[in-house]
Design a protein around this ligand. Structure first.
Ligand code: PMP
Length: 362
């Protein structure tokens, strides 16, 4: 078989929209100060690590995991204060949950909607599942443009509406009133994505009782367990029972289950770390605001959105990389993010390293 005929065979079989995609890119980061992926920088103490490893020693790796991961769910319910009338479904990261939701509604004439710019996986997963995606621009303050959203809801009747609260990559919260108006106007399901809820005082648990068409999605990634890949969906059992049919068997592996149970039993540790990060966020924002070459947005998450006003963002990104600091370049993606970089909030020491590098490179 020649290369040309192989190419031909692939392009005949693989859907054109898949051919046009790029696989999710993660830049190399060995040895870098990693401020690009909203990870928690804090390590566990040696004693905590040892206690975790002792627990893992009891894991039976030759056995399939407990299929419902009930132990993890019970502890999540307790730590997050989730009332007993709601059900939980776990995913291999909340990315997997987005995919399950999309698979559940996929079909002809179905669309998924999200404000833009927001988390890119909403659109990517819609594409994976062959669902139309409707992006509704945020206003100039990165707030929801309610009338545009309501207009599109009426015109397109989206099956799913994703609202990241606070939003990635802009870091802001939407008002509860706007979320309520969207839920009321929608025939479809509204997913309030609270990936960053640990970094804000706001949460939407109380909305679950008011709407039949609203669920919450959360993750353990941002509080300090990104390596576990554990996301959760919270909602009425009637919805979750349907979605659970699409979850692959044993999607939460034995190591993740044991580690998550351990971590949730020591959740105070994560509360302390997120409190420290929230403090560090205020100091970082204040320091960034002192740099006249940057526009800086407020943030309710563990990252800060900035715009480079003088040096092109791509150049600044490269220069920071050269100085050993990796941040996320958003410039070149959504037009509203022209010139923008997203910077993870880290420890005071690492934030200072970032500030020094920025000062030298701006
Ligand atoms: N939702 C939002 C808004 C996010 O920013 C992210 C991660 N970047 C996710 C969901 C996915 O998180 P995970 O798959 O790690 O749970």
């Amino acid at each position: 078989m020649t290369q040309a005929s192989l190419e031909q065979r692939i392009s005949k079989l693989i859907r054109p929209e898949v051919r046009a995609l790029h696989a999710y890119q993660v830049p190399p980061s060995t040895g870098m100060l990693k401020l690009d992926a909203m990870e928690n920088p804090y390590q566990w103490s040696d004693a905590t690590k040892q206690a975790w490893l002792d627990k893992l020693a009891d894991v039976e790796i030759n056995r399939y995991p407990e299929p419902q991961a009930q132990g993890v769910k019970d502890r999540l319910r307790q730590v997050m204060g989730i009332p007993s009338e709601y059900e939980l479904m776990l995913g291999n990261g909340s990315d997997e949950i987005i995919q399950i939701l999309a698979m559940a509604v996929a079909g002809d004439d179905v669309c998924v909607m999200a404000p833009e710019p927001s988390f890119v996986m909403y659109q990517m997963i819609a594409t994976f599942c062959r669902i139309d995606y409707v992006g509704v621009p945020l206003d100039s303050q990165f707030d929801l443009d309610l009338s545009a959203m309501l207009e599109q809801i009426e015109a397109r009747q989206p099956a799913l509406i994703f609202l990241a609260q606070p939003n990635n990559p802009t870091g802001n919260l939407y008002s509860e009133e706007k979320i309520r108006r969207i839920a009321e106007a929608s025939q479809g399901l509204v997913i309030v994505d609270e990936a960053y809820t640990a970094f804000t005082d706001c949460d939407s648990l109380s909305l679950l009782g008011d709407y039949d068409n609203l669920v919450l999605m959360r993750t353990l990634s941002k509080v300090g367990l990104a390596g576990l890949r554990l996301g959760l969906l919270i909602g009425k059992p009637e919805w979750l029972g349907e979605f659970d049919k699409l979850r692959l068997p044993y999607n939460i592996n034995v190591l993740t289950q044991a580690s998550a149970e351990f971590a949730l039993e020591h959740y105070e540790l994560f509360r302390e770390q997120t409190a420290k990060l929230r403090q560090a966020r205020s100091s970082l924002i204040e320091a960034l605001q002192q740099l006249p070459q940057l526009q800086v947005w407020p943030s309710e998450a563990n990252f800060v959105l900035v715009r480079s006003l003088e040096k092109p963002a791509a150049e600044l990104h490269e220069a920071l990389k050269g100085a050993g600091v990796l941040v996320k370049k958003l410039d070149g993606g959504h037009p509203a993010l022209a010139g923008c970089l997203r910077i993870n909030v880290s420890t005071p020491e690492e934030n200072q390293r970032l500030l020094d590098a920025l000062q030298a490179q701006l």
